[in-house]
Structure formats: structure tokens, C-alpha cells
Ligand binder design. Structure first.
Ligand code: BDR
Ligand code: CA
Length: 315
């Protein structure tokens, strides 16, 4: 099975992704590293520890960054994920479960170095922890198996942004970190709104998870009530898009996604702050800032029915 560290800002769809990773036999969830984003770092870390204790995960949990590298804090996404990140639920303080003493970036460095070539880093929140790890130990680029990111929007199928017309939340929260991670010389796969908004968990699908998925299915149903109200009120949809679980689905079954190759940059200021760009033509330009950059992969298509099946079977 594939060893992953899941970097996350739990978060309702983050919980859906964490439980998916834990449930699927092809994934060995080695560690969860937390980051601010949907919730404060305190609330997000408590949510991760709560899941670990409640569902008996064996993975480590390491607490990560509380703010972006450079940009001022955007603040928790209360309208989407609730006051504490888990909607209407209030995750109690775990009694027997503690975070690893190391900060997330150090945990990532140590774990990657202990298993060279074996760890896939998966990010479903702002990319601050990965950027801090790159700063402290640039050599990890040669030791990580792959970096899989849920974030960004590349304009496919008209998907451009969700917090601004051009920026997706995870990237907008820390555009400097995202630019560093996506331009580093390691294999990166970015699944943005272009694919995550092409998959949908309908209300009926979530009801079926509750009915067939035991305690985990019930939890996913409970935690998603608040999220579904947001989708209904703001977007007029009866269900939710499949953001963070898509990153886990990619690790399990990459051929669910169609990818496009080319270097990526992230806009760090101005009206395009947090916008993701990919140069995917082979053309050479006179002033070519792009020419020596590592080519990465961006998701441009997804097999939605197969993804929904994979998720349901795992839960
Ligand atoms: C991303 O932002 C967060 O609200 C979700 O958890 C997901 O990671 C979607 O834009
Ligand atoms: Ca997230």
C-alpha cells in the first residue's frame, strides 16, 4: 500500500478525505499534519485528534502552521465549515490522544528522510507546512515519491475561483507557499476546482453512506449537515462538491483523472492573488520565465461515477 502524509485543515470535506484515506486498504496513512485554513490551527488540530481517538487511527498527528508565510491571515471559513471547522458538531477534547511534539514541517522532513522514495505528500489545505519543510530541508525534493495537492483553478470547464473570481481557497490562503511548492523540482499533481467541482456528493448519496457506512458513514452524514446548508443557501445545490476526497482518490487510482503537463506559477499579489497558471503549450517565447521550470501535472478531467463508487466502497 501507499504511504502518505495528509496535510489538512479539518474542515468538513477534510474529514471526508481523512476517513477515506484511513478506510482504503491501498493507503497507509502514516501521519496527519494540520494547518490553519477552514479553522484556526487549534480547532483544526483538535478535530484531527478527535477523529484519531474516535475511530482508532494509528497514524501520528502533528500540529502545523498557524498563519501564511507572507500574506496577512484570511481567517477561518466559518460560513462553509462552521465556527470550529466541523459544522454543527463540536469535537470534544481528546482524552488519550496527543499531537506529536514536533511541528508539522519537522515531522514531514523526518518521516520523509526515514523512508526515502516511499512517502507521498498529500495537501488538502493551504501549502504553508510543505513550504516550511522545503525551506528547512530542500533535499526532501529528491526523497518524496510524489506531491498531490487539492487546490487552485486553471479555468477548465469555466472553473476559476471560489474565494475570488480567480482564486481557490487553499491557494489564496498562502499564495507564496503554493508558488514555492509547485515550482520546486519534485513531482507535483494539482487537482483544482477544474476536477473537484466536476464530482458531486448528492444529498441522496450522503444518505446512502449514512445507511450503509456504519459509524464512519453516520459521522460523514452528521458533519456534512452544515456544509450542505451552505451549498443550498449560497449555490442552490442539494449536495456538495468533492474537493478534498479527490486528492485521496488520485493516490488510490490515478487513472480516474486526466492530467495536463507543464510548469505552474501562482500569482502572489494584486487582483489575481492566489490565481494558478500553467504553461501547457510547447511554444518558446522571447522572454521566457517559464523555460527552465519543472513540468508538473494538472487535473483537467475526472471519471466521476468511478470516483463516487471508489469512495462509497471504501466507507
Ligand atoms: C478547499 O477549501 C476548503 O474549504 C476545502 O476544505 C477544500 O480544501 C476547496 O476550495
Ligand atoms: Ca481542506
Amino acid at each position: 500500500s501507499k504511504k502518505i502524509i495528509l496535510d489538512t485543515d479539518p474542515g468538513i470535506d477534510d474529514a471526508m478525505a481523512i476517513l477515506f484515506a484511513e478506510a482504503h486498504p491501498d493507503i497507509d496513512l502514516v501521519g496527519i499534519t494540520t494547518v490553519y485554513g477552514n479553522a484556526t490551527i487549534e480547532n483544526g488540530t483538535r478535530n484531527a485528534l478527535y477523529l484519531k481517538e474516535r475511530f482508532g487511527f494509528r497514524c501520528d498527528v502533528a500540529k502545523g502552521a498557524e498563519k501564511a508565510l507572507v500574506r496577512p491571515p484570511v481567517g477561518p471559513t466559518v460560513v462553509v465549515h462552521g465556527e470550529t471547522g466541523f459544522g454543527d458538531l463540536n469535537a470534544s477534547e481528546p482524552q488519550h490522544t496527543k499531537a506529536d511534539p514536533r511541528p508539522a514541517y519537522q515531522y514531514i522532513i523526518d518521516t520523509v528522510k526515514a523512508s526515502p522514495g516511499e512517502i507521498t505528500l498529500v495537501a488538502v489545505g493551504p501549502l504553508t507546512n510543505f513550504a516550511l519543510a522545503l525551506d528547512a530541508a530542500p533535499e526532501i525534493t529528491t526523497l518524496v515519491k510524489e506531491v498531490v495537492i487539492m487546490g487552485g483553478a486553471f479555468g477548465m470547464n469555466d472553473h476559476r475561483g471560489n474565494v475570488t473570481p480567480f482564486a481557490e481557497a487553499n491557494i489564496h490562503d498562502d499564495p507564496h507557499a503554493a508558488d514555492k511548492v509547485m515550482t520546486a523540482d519534485w513531482p507535483v499533481v494539482v487537482l483544482g476546482l477544474d476536477v473537484t467541482e466536476e464530482s458531486f456528493f448528492s444529498a441522496e448519496y450522503l444518505d446512502a453512506l449514512r445507511d450503509e457506512g456504519g459509524e464512519v458513514g453516520q459521522f460523514i452524514w452528521d458533519v456534512s449537515r452544515y456544509y450542505l446548508r451552505f451549498y443550498a443557501n449560497k449555490l442552490g445545490l442539494n449536495g456538495c462538491h468533492v474537493h478534498d476526497p479527490s486528492a485521496i482518490a488520485y493516490v488510490i487510482q490515478p487513472d480516474l483523472f486526466t492530467l495536463r503537463k507543464g510548469p505552474i506559477r501562482v500569482m502572489t499579489e494584486g487582483p489575481g492573488e492566489g490565481m494558478t497558471l500553467q504553461k501547457f503549450d510547447g511554444r518558446r517565447y522571447q522572454t521566457d520565465d517559464w523555460k527552465d521550470m519543472p513540468s508538473q501535472n494538472v487535473g483537467v478531467g475526472v471519471n466521476e461515477p468511478a470516483l463516487l463508487n471508489l469512495y462509497r466502497e471504501a466507507i
